[in-house]
Design a protein around this ligand. Structure first.
Ligand code: NAD
Length: 480
C-alpha cells in the first residue's frame, strides 16, 4: 500500500504480546495504513544487562518512525533497573501525557455514569526533574522546576486537543495560593494561552478543591491540564473512578515523537492464557491513528469497540452477570470488534475525530528577555548551636559591600528578628541578605559574603541569588 506510515511497535512482557497482537489485528482490519518496525524492550533486555531495558537498535527505529506503540513491560524485581517509561519520556521529550477517562455506563460498573474527562499532565518537569539533595543532618530537599516553555507546550497542547476533539472547556489545576512563583507561572501561562482560544471556555481551580470536585462530579469537567505531580496522582484517580482502569489508553506527546500505551501493567499472572482485555492498548492505538493523520480509521475502530462493549461481549475483568452477554478471551474479543467494523454504538455515544495533523503546536517565540538585577542573596546554613537570636546576633556582624542581614527563616517561618519562641526549628536556616537602598549588589559581593560567613565559623550549604526581573521580585517574600 502506498504512503504507509512507519511505526515502532514493542510487544512487551506478560500479557503484552497477546494484547498487541489483538490490537494490531483490529487496526489493520480497519484499514490502518501503517508499516510496523518491531523492537525488543522489557524484562529480557534488562536481564541481558541493558539498564534502560531497551535494545540499542530501538533508538534508531524510534528516531526513524517518531511514533511508538508500546505494550506493558515487566520491570524485574530488585534495584538498579532504570524506569523505561521515564527514560523514553525524557529522551524523546514527551512533554504531554494525555489520558481520556470515560465511563461506559451501564455496560461497565461506575459511580459516574456521565464521566468523559481528558487529563493532560505535564510530563517532564515539576518535582520530577529528579534534583534532590540532603543538605543537613535533618533536612532533605527536592527541587520543583516549572518553566515557561514547558508550561506553554503542555497548555497549548491541551487547548489544541480540545479544539480538534470538539471539547468545550479546559480547566487548569494549580496550587498558586502557596507556590506563587512556580504554580503562579503555570496559571499565568494558562490565562495567556486561553485568551488565544475564545471559542473554548476556561477556568482554574486550586488543586485540592479541584481534585475533590473531580472525584465527586467529574461530569463537570472536560479537558483538565496540570503540572506533573498533580497530574500523576489525579490521572490515576480519574481512570479509577471512571470504573475502567483496564480500559484506559494514554498518549505521550512530544515536539518530534509520540508514544502510545495502555495505562495498566503486564499482568504476569494472566499472561499466555488468552484472558487479557486488549481495550486499553486498543484505545491507545486509536489515539495513535488520530496522531498519524488517519482519523477515519481511528473512528471505525473506536465505534466498533464501543458497539462490542454495549453488545455485552466482555473479557473476564469487566464481565458482570446480568449486564454482559458473552465472556470471551483476548482473541475472540478482537474478532468481535473486527466483526463490528463499520457499525456505530446505539446506547453509548459514537465518537468522531478530526485530524491532529491540524494541531498548531508550540513554537519557540523570541520574547524580549526581562532585565535582571541582583539585589541580595539567601545563604542557607547548617547550624545547631543555639537560638535564632544567637544566630541573628552573630550573623548580623557579617556583611559584604551593600549586603546586610535582614531576616532569618527556618522551614519558611520567620524566626529573626522578632521570632516567636514557640517556633520549632531544625538545623536548616535561610539567612536573607539584601543590599542597602540605592546601592548595586555585584556577584563579587556574594562571594565575599560567603567567605566572611565561613570565616565567622558558619557552614553555608547553599545560596540562592535574589533578582528583580523588570523590577519584579523573582523570589518569595518572607511573611510574619
Ligand atoms: P498490572 O496493571 O499489571 O495488574 C493489576 C491488576 O489488573 C492485576 O490483577 C491484573 O491481572 C489486572 N489487569 C491489568 N491489565 C489487565 C488487562 N489488560 N486485562 C485484564 N486484567 C488486567 O499491575 P501490577 O500487577 O502492579 O504490575 C505488573 C507488572 O507490570 C510489574 O512488573 C510492573 O512494573 C509493570 N507495569 C508496567 C507498566 C508499563 O509498562 N507501562 C505500567 C504499570 C506496571
Amino acid at each position: 500500500m502506498a504512503g504507509r506510515v512507519p511505526i515502532t511497535v514493542a510487544y512487551g512482557d506478560g500479557i503484552g504480546p497477546e494484547i498487541m497482537e489483538a490490537t494490531l489485528r483490529i487496526i489493520q482490519a480497519a484499514g490502518a495504513n501503517i508499516e510496523i518496525e518491531t523492537i525488543e524492550i522489557g524484562e529480557k533486555v534488562y536481564l541481558r544487562g541493558v539498564e534502560t531495558g531497551m535494545e540499542p537498535g530501538a533508538w534508531d527505529s524510534l528516531r526513524r518512525t517518531k511514533v511508538f506503540l508500546k505494550a506493558p513491560i515487566t520491570t524485574p524485581q530488585g534495584g538498579g533497573y532504570k524506569s523505561l517509561n521515564v527514560t523514553v519520556r525524557k529522551a524523546l521529550g514527551l512533554y504531554a501525557n494525555v489520558r481520556p477517562c470515560v465511563s461506559y455506563h451501564p455496560f461497565v460498573r461506575t459511580k459516574h455514569p456521565n464521566m468523559d474527562v481528558v487529563i493532560v499532565r505535564e510530563n517532564e518537569e515539576d518535582l520530577y526533574a529528579g534534583i534532590e539533595h540532603r543538605q543537613t543532618d535533618q533536612v532533605y530537599q527536592c527541587l520543583k522546576l516549572i518553566t515557561r516553555p514547558g508550561s506553554e507546550k503542555v497548555i497549548r497542547y491541551a487547548f489544541e486537543y480540545a479544539r480538534v476533539h470538539n471539547r468545550k472547556k479546559v480547566t487548569c489545576f494549580v496550587k498558586d495560593n502557596i507556590m506563587k512563583l512556580t504554580d503562579g507561572l503555570f496559571h499565568k501561562v494558562f490565562d495567556e494561552i486561553a485568551a488565544e482560544y475564545p471559542d473554548i471556555e476556561h477556568e482554574t481551580w486550586i488543586v485540592d478543591i479541584g481534585a475533590a470536585k473531580l472525584a465527586d462530579t467529574p461530569e463537570q469537567f472536560d479537558v483538565v491540564v496540570m503540572p506533573n505531580l498533580y497530574g500523576d496522582v489525579l490521572s490515576d484517580v480519574a481512570a479509577q473512578i471512571a470504573g475502567s482502569v483496564g480500559l484506559a489508553g494514554s498518549a505521550n506527546i512530544g515536539e518530534h515523537f509520540a508514544m502510545f500505551e495502555a495505562i495498566h501493567g503486564s499482568a504476569p499472572r494472566r499472561a499466555g492464557q488468552n484472558l487479557a482485555n486488549p481495550s486499553g492498548l486498543l484505545l491507545a492505538a486509536v489515539m495513535m491513528l488520530v496522531h498519524i493523520g488517519q482519523p477515519d480509521v481511528a473512528m471505525r475502530v473506536h465505534n466498533a469497540w464501543l458497539k462490542t462493549i454495549e453488545d455485552g461481549i466482555h473479557t473476564y475483568d469487566i464481565f458482570k452477570e446480568g449486564v454482559s452477554r458473552q465472556k470471551v478471551g483476548t482473541r475472540e474479543f478482537a474478532d468481535a470488534v473486527i466483526d463490528r467494523l463499520g457499525e456505530q454504538p446505539q446506547v453509548l455515544k459514537p465518537v468522531s475525530y478530526g485530524t491532529s495533523e491540524s494541531l498548531s503546536l508550540w513554537r519557540k517565540k523570541d520574547r524580549p528577555k526581562a532585565e535582571k538585577r541582583l539585589v541580595g542573596v539567601d545563604v542557607f546554613l547548617d547550624w545547631d548551636k543555639g537560638s535564632p537570636n544567637d544566630l541573628g546576633n552573630s550573623l548580623s556582624q557579617v556583611s559584604a559591600g551593600p549586603l546586610q542581614l535582614r531576616v532569618i527563616t527556618n522551614r519558611g517561618v520567620k524566626v529573626w528578628p522578632d521570632g516567636l519562641p514557640e517556633t520549632f526549628c531544625t538545623d536548616h536556616w535561610r539567612c536573607r541578605f539584601l543590599g542597602r537602598e540605592g546601592e548595586d549588589v555585584q556577584p563579587a559581593h556574594v562571594v565575599q559574603l560567603l567567605e566572611r560567613v565561613i570565616q565567622a565559623g558558619f557552614d553555608p550549604i547553599k545560596t540562592e541569588n535574589l533578582y528583580l526581573f523588570d523590577g519584579v521580585p523573582g523570589f518569595s517574600a518572607v511573611h510574619g
